[in-house]
Design a protein around this ligand. Structure first.
Ligand SMILES: NC(=O)N[C@@H](CC(=O)O)C(=O)O
Ligand SMILES: [Zn+2]
Ligand SMILES: [Zn+2]
Length: 438
């Protein structure tokens, strides 16, 4: 299978031709057109070429909640979003806390064949925060787990967190923390502030996140290990991560598209589409998260794609599940909020949505390498984006099984046109290609 991408702009730079064959980038520039032969030609005029996007934070719900998402449906949503790899969180049923479950998720991803699905392993047995899961067995399994997280739950016991940080050093792993002090957030429904007071909903103070982030960067320093802070939502968390990095602590941090774009004002309609963990914060927090992403304090954009069924979301605010879908809108949100406003270049987008997440997840080498430079000899994981396309989000047309996107009706600038996984198109002309197996 050979594809000639004609006139694309790698990382938004000079236009050139890129030839993909046998799963790798075989030529760039004049060589590409000369060697193209019978390759299928794609007119890439005006399109930006990025290394295939990598999500460190996806919920695929399989096993256990296939009514909300499956590995196959989530893989289709990911490909449409420009992703060639996603990390699937462990809060499934059963929990991904054994070699058996992570191997099952890895294999389901390979069978679906749209993206590489790298399972995240649970830190604690059953996400209960009591006893370390079999981290070593998951690392050594066929799924080669390197990212460990109890996401959805906070590893709140400092002794357990310390042990996890110590343990993952043996295989160069990382602990990804869902920073939420449980006692400070009991019964909490939204950000604690003026809006929660007016709505009469139990508030979730910024300090509930910040106190855990502060503790964890100090623990990571003490142990000499890597910690990754999931879904940073407050200005104070950005400040703590900035401080920790200045001290040389091995901390990395994530921003979600929704914490880059939405505020707690959206809760005023009591529409559970805007109910998420951590909650949407104030405009000052959104600005701090954007500034942190722009100056490198925040390393990556992770979707926290959290699909939920109608039954779990179409109910009164207090009863609704936390979470929103994100795979199919992430690139458009980042493009609209950060690129169109001049705060990130396309080279920066490649860094925060592909190269750096691949490095943090330790998937930047080996036969399933992602986040590599667009260069001859590298795996042909490529995403083509139309940077000026304007489009309106329509969740009813999403490939995800779930419909809980907060962006229905929102107009975005910047759209994924094509995605190639090891040279094979999974998306062309903004639509999924025919079902095809790897
Ligand atoms: N983000 C959410 O609101 N929900 C996530 C869990 C999580 O990421 O904490 C989920 O699994 O639904
Ligand atoms: Zn979380
Ligand atoms: Zn999550």
């Amino acid at each position: 299978m050979r594809h000639l991408l004609r006139g694309v702009a790698p990382l938004g730079g000079e236009r050139t031709d890129v030839l993909l064959a046998d799963g790798v980038i075989v030529a760039i520039g004049a060589d590409a057109s000369r060697e193209a032969g019978s390759a299928t030609v794609l007119d890439g005029d005006g399109l930006v070429a990025l290394p295939g996007l990598v999500d460190l934070h996806t919920h695929l719900r399989e096993p256990g909640r296939e009514d909300a998402e499956t590995v196959a449906s989530g893989s289709r949503a990911a490909a449409l979003g420009g992703y060639t790899a996603v990390h699937a969180m462990a809060n499934t049923s059963p929990v991904a806390d054994t070699a058996g479950v992570v191997e099952q998720v890895w294999r389901l991803g390979q069978d679906a064949g749209r993206v590489d699905v790298f399972p995240v392993g649970a830190v604690s047995v059953g996400l209960r925060g009591e006893q370390l899961a079999e981290l070593g067995a998951m690392a050594q399994s066929a799924a080669r787990v390197r990212v460990f997280s109890d996401d959805g739950m906070c590893v709140h016991d400092p002794v357990l967190m310390r042990r996890a940080l110590e343990y993952v050093k043996a295989f160069d792993g990382v602990v990804a923390q869902h920073a939420q002090e449980p006692r400070l957030t009991q019964g909490a429904q939204m950000h604690e502030g003026i809006v929660s007071a007016e709505l009469g909903l139990a508030g979730w103070p910024a300090v509930a996140e910040e106190s855990i982030v502060a503790r964890d960067v100090l623990l990571a320093q003490h142990v000499g290990s890597r910690v990754h802070v999931l879904h940073v939502s407050t200005a104070g968390s950005v400040e703590i991560v900035r401080w920790a990095k200045a001290r040389g602590i091995a901390v990395t941090a994530e921003a979600t598209p929704h914490h880059l774009s939405l505020t707690d004002e959206r809760a005023r309609g009591y529409d559970p589409l805007f109910k998420v963990n951590p909650p949407l914060r104030t405009a000052e927090d959104v600005e701090a998260v954007r500034a942190g992403l722009a100056d490198g304090t925040i390393d990556v954009v992770g979707t926290d794609h959290a699909p939920h069924t109608r039954e779990d979301k179409d109910c009164e605010w207090a009863a609704a599940a936390f979470g929103m879908t994100g795979l199919e809108t992430a690139l458009g949100i980042v493009s609209t909020t950060m690129v169109a406003t001049g705060r990130l270049t396309w080279a920066d987008v490649a860094r925060v949505m592909s190269t750096t997440p691949a490095r943090i997840g330790r998937v930047a080498s080996g036969p399933h390498a992602h986040g590599r430079p667009l260069a001859v000899g590298e795996p042909a994981n490529v995403t083509l984006v139309d940077p000026t396309a304007r489009w309106t989000v329509d969740p009813s047309r999403h490939a995800s099984t779930s419909r809980n996107s907060p962006y229905g009706g929102t107009e975005l600038t910047g759209r994924v046109i094509a995605t190639f996984l090891r040279g094979r198109p999974t998306v062309l002309d903004g639509a999924l290609t025919e079902e095809e197996h790897a």
